[in-house]
Write a protein that binds this ligand. Structure first.
Ligand SMILES: Nc1ncnc2c1ncn2[C@@H]1O[C@H](COP(=O)(O)OP(=O)(O)OP(=O)(O)O)[C@@H](O)[C@H]1O
Ligand SMILES: [Mg+2]
Length: 213
């Protein structure tokens, strides 16, 4: 069975920083429509700070790498999304502690633990127009694909596709959490910025985590 190496995890995080840099203005545009227009800048600041720390922790276990990501996001990304993504990586770290590679099942468990952390902190339920609407379907698709016995590469592609569908499903939703909820019904018709950055995380995972072997 394929395993997810530390090098693949590092490639994932570096690629995500690059994707966020490319999509920064788009994320900001989305957040201008229903929030305060800082999601692109928040994520970019956070991921550039993560990028600057990765070389120093590249020889450590995956748990330590995720913990560094978490602490960096917590200290550099303000707003709602900093603590939420910080918690996500902190919980992922608890599953990856001491490991220099993860089985697909361990990665799936880490993803679930991370999502549970976001829910515990932000109290968002599915359908409330948040990052949860991309992340939860992504986990469910990953788990059901792995349970069905497909390769990790195929499972993580299915996960990214589910995240994209979840992101798109936020468009008609009325926001119930965060600043977008102040708009009430007027938040409908706009794609949620956090669900968009979460989809990008899974899409990047599908490109990088299976590695090249
Ligand atoms: N309680 C929550 N649970 C999960 N996700 C949330 C919650 N509140 C906000 N979000 C996500 O955070 C995104 C906004 O992140 P941003 O970086 O713009 O922080 P912010 O401006 O402080 O957020 P907000 O304006 O939503 O309070 C939203 O698009 C949504 O996906
Ligand atoms: Mg914002």
């Amino acid at each position: 069975m394929s395993s997810i190496t530390r090098e693949a995890i590092l490639a994932w995080l570096r690629a995500y920083a690059e994707v966020i840099a490319e999509q920064k203005d788009f994320l900001t545009q989305l957040d201008m429509a229903i929030g305060d227009g800082d999601h692109g800048a928040n994520m970019h600041r956070g991921m550039q700070a993560v990028l600057s720390k990765l070389n120093d922790v590249a020889q450590q276990d995956i748990g330590s790498i995720f913990r560094t990501v978490a602490m960096t996001l917590l200290s550099t990304v303000g707003g709602a999304s900093g603590p939420l993504y910080g918690t996500f990586f902190l919980q992922m770290a608890s599953v990856a502690a001491g490991k220099t590679e993860l089985t697909p099942t361990e990665f799936s468990e880490a993803l679930k633990r991370g999502i549970d952390g976001i829910v515990a902190r932000g109290k968002a339920a599915p359908g409330e127009k948040t990052m949860i609407d991309a992340l939860l379907p992504a986990f469910e698709a990953l788990k059901s694909s792995l349970d069905a016995g497909v390769s990790f590469a195929e499972a993580v592609r299915a996960s990214a596709a589910a995240a994209a569908a979840g992101r798109d499903a936020t468009i008609p939703m009325v926001a119930k959490k965060g600043r977008a909820s102040y708009l009430g019904e007027r938040s409908a018709g706009h794609q949620d910025p956090g669900a968009t950055s979460s989809h990008l995380l899974l899409e990047t995972a599908a490109r990088t985590l299976p590695g090249t072997s």
